[in-house]
Design a binder for this molecule. Structure first.
Ligand code: ADP
Ligand code: MG
Length: 252
């Protein structure tokens, strides 16, 4: 997958142009620009506190940027309610801590958004949810509650829940960082399958094996800036920036 050329003819799904974000006096995103085309897989990495979560949260407005533009399929991300509804439907998100509702079964977690936001009937939503739980290899967990599942199963349920909205883009924020080591692979395998099926993805992760295998582009951030952006073969073998080299030395 990583050897495939970037499809320049594919439509642009996401675009960030000169995005800045401050938290108080802390300048967390500094002139961030990024373009992601349909079907692209982008791995975003960088030291803790470099602004990775803030960047991807600006895409679905969990964080509001304070300068520049963020566009999802050409729609500008702002507080405009109608646009925001469209964007949130089309952009799925998976968090480090799963964020499943503990008092709902896995099936109920999965059907909640389709029935409310997509106005899907209960039966159809359940059929869809079951097919997606099958896709992430946990159909047998549908009627259990999140605390009854392992971390790896919970994260796969969270991925299925996001997929129930039929998103056009998936954002992953360190989806394997909270998992015991033996469960990392089962989640990365599901993400790899999703990538192979053509999903547009931005993954914040330090799983560099995954980056090498799946990413079209690896983006390295430091101190709120995109410092380097390259296909994995180039990023890992010939990083151009000194800060990238230092980072790779620490994690590889
Ligand atoms: P990363 O995901 O790369 O670890 P973050 O985007 O979470 O980095 O954070 C970047 C910086 O912004 C950090 O210094 C963090 O403490 C700060 N930050 C993140 N979210 C908030 C917030 N809601 N309020 C204040 N500061 C924040
Ligand atoms: Mg983060």
């Amino acid at each position: 997958m990583s050897t495939a050329p970037l499809a320049a003819d594919k439509p642009e799904m996401l675009r960030l142009e000169g995005v800045h974000k401050h938290f108080g006096s802390h300048h967390v995103l500094r002139n961030v620009s990024l373009s992601v085309r349909q079907g692209d897989k982008v791995v975003l990495c960088g030291p803790s506190g470099s602004g990775k979560s803030t960047l991807i949260r600006c895409i679905n407005r969990l964080v509001s940027h304070d300068q520049g533009r963020v566009l999802v399929e050409g729609i500008e991300v702002s507080d405009h309610a109608r646009d925001l509804e469209l964007i949130r439907r089309d952009v799925g998100m998976v968090f480090q801590q799963f964020n499943l509702f503990p008092h709902l079964t896995i099936l109920e977690n999965c059907t909640l958004a389709p029935t409310w936001a997509r106005k899907m009937g209960k039966k159809d939503a359940e059929a869809l949810a079951l097919s997606l739980l099958e896709r992430v290899h946990i159909p047998d967990q549908a009627h259990k509650y999140p605390p009854q599942l392992s971390g790896g199963q919970q994260q796969r349920a969270a991925i299925a829940r996001a997929l129930c909205m039929k998103p056009k883009v998936m954002l992953f924020d360190e989806p394997t960082s909270a998992l015991d080591p033996e469960m990392v692979k089962e989640v990365l395998d599901v993400m790899t399958e999703l990538a192979a099926e053509g999903m547009t993805m931005i993954c914040v992760t330090h799983e560099m094996g995954f980056a090498r295998k799946v990413a079209d582009q690896v983006v390295f951030m430091d101190k709120g800036e995109i410092v380097e952006e390259a296909p994995p073969e180039e990023f890992f073998t010939a990083p151009r920036n000194e800060r990238t080299r230092q980072f790779l030395c620490q994690i590889l």
